[in-house]
Design a protein around this ligand. Structure first.
Ligand SMILES: [Fe+2]
Length: 408
């Protein structure tokens, strides 16, 4: 049950579900309020009203319930307090660094599996599921250990074949979002298998339309749309005992407002799997380079998707998706308010506007020894020392984000 309260009534132990400010433009915060600093952070961003969830935290005037995990929560993490000691960065990034190699292996195996299955699809053979099951299990394991590693690979590993890498990237994004929404591991597995095969029907679309280096005509687009029905038919024929496996193929182009295809389904007539995969599908398409367009920066792509929440997409899933992937995802090149040019190397899921960055340029000169900075650090006057001012194109600056982040 939700209750709307004034920010002055917000207390430690409450669980915040909504705030009254544009969620995209305030730092994200832990939803369970565990410290006064979190409340202060919301005040600083001029939040006046919030909705609290009474099933997950205390009510106005209530005591901290003994049964909540808040009682047993660890002490306040240092980054929550401007006066706290700087965090141990080696500890902070160790999980990410340790997961990079297993995540790379899982990603590359999955790419090979998708290529094989798509080729079977193209040659009219029934599909095999064994290989898909194995690679999805590897992706799920990696995601459960540390999902930032796998997410960063979607944009940092170079791959030429969009149709195949798109299948893996969408799978990664949906798994990460499914994990954030509390899916059990076995549900992530069956969801991931369905997502990985969501575009098999594209192999049954004429290649001159699939790979056309330009905008499709309305007639060509109608042919392109057939990849949904063709993919669903192939999946149902290949796996007659597993009806759910075709669900994402069938629904990933449906939209909440009924504007999608092939059935023009609306709202919750679209399954949760369909609603989630639609967001991941569009985000990956926007952020990918194609033969007819440059990639759009993750930040701009996320802003575009944010504008479509409530129309095309379920707002709840859009918000959680942004929380998972970030406003300035790992690998983004940014200009700071100090004029420094820096690469985002680590994001803070409860404060997406203040990631850790690697400063590459200062005063117009490239640094011989790039320096890691924590953008959540504040000065004596409690103001942030540096903030992100602009998003830059790494190519224009001769920066290869992958070389700094995923290659040892
Ligand atoms: Fe599709």
């Amino acid at each position: 049950m939700l209750r709307k309260i004034n920010i002055s009534q917000l207390r430690v132990g409450m669980y915040v579900e909504h705030v009254d400010k544009d969620w995209f433009n305030i730092p994200f915060f832990r939803r369970k309020i565990t410290s006064e600093e979190q409340i202060e952070k919301l005040r600083r961003y001029h939040v006046e009203e919030v909705k609290i969830d009474l099933t997950r935290g205390i009510d106005v005037g209530g005591d901290q319930p003994e049964t909540t995990v808040a009682v047993a929560e660890p002490p306040q993490e240092p980054e929550e307090s401007p006066k706290a000691e700087p965090r141990d960065r080696s500890v902070m990034s160790r999980e990410f660094r340790e997961e990079l190699e297993p995540a790379k292996r899982a990603y590359r195996q999955a790419l090979k599996a998708v290529r094989d299955v798509m080729q079977d699809s193209r040659s009219g053979r029934y599909l095999e599921q064994e290989q898909t099951k194995v690679v999805v299990a590897e992706l799920v394991d990696s995601c459960m250990r540390n999902d930032d590693a796998l997410v960063s690979l979607t944009k940092l590993l170079s791959h030429d074949e969009y149709t195949f890498s798109h299948c893996i990237n969408v799978t990664v994004f949906t798994l990460v979002l499914g994990k954030a929404l509390g899916f059990a591991v076995e549900d992530l597995q069956s969801f991931g298998e369905s997502v990985m095969l969501h575009d098999v029907g594209k192999m049954l679309v004429p290649p001159e339309i699939l790979n056309k280096p330009g905008k499709l005509t309305p007639e060509e687009f109608d042919v392109m749309k057939l990849h949904v029905d063709r993919g669903v038919a192939l999946l149902q024929e290949s796996f007659p005992d597993n009806r759910r496996i075709a669900l994402v193929a069938e629904e990933h182009h449906e939209r909440m407002d009924g504007s999608g295809y092939p059935h023009g389904k609306r709202g919750n007539d679209i399954s949760q799997w369909g609603q989630i995969s639609a967001i991941a599908d569009v985000y990956d398409a926007l952020t990918s380079r194609r033969c007819y367009k440059r990639e759009i920066t993750p930040h701009r792509s996320m802003a575009l998707i944010y504008r479509l929440r409530g129309g095309d997409f379920n707002p709840l899933y859009v918000d959680r998706f942004i929380e998972c992937v970030g406003i300035y995802p790992i690998g983004s090149l940014v200009r700071l308010t100090t004029g420094e040019v820096a690469l985002v190397v680590s994001i803070r899921h409860d404060d997406l506007l203040h990631p850790d960055v690697l400063v590459l340029y200062r005063n117009g000169h490239r640094l011989l020894r790039p320096k890691v900075l924590d953008l959540s650090e504040r000065g004596a006057n409690d103001r942030f020392l540096r903030e992100v001012e602009d998003i830059l194109d790494p190519e224009e600056y001769g920066v290869d984000p992958a070389a700094h982040i995923i290659e040892e």
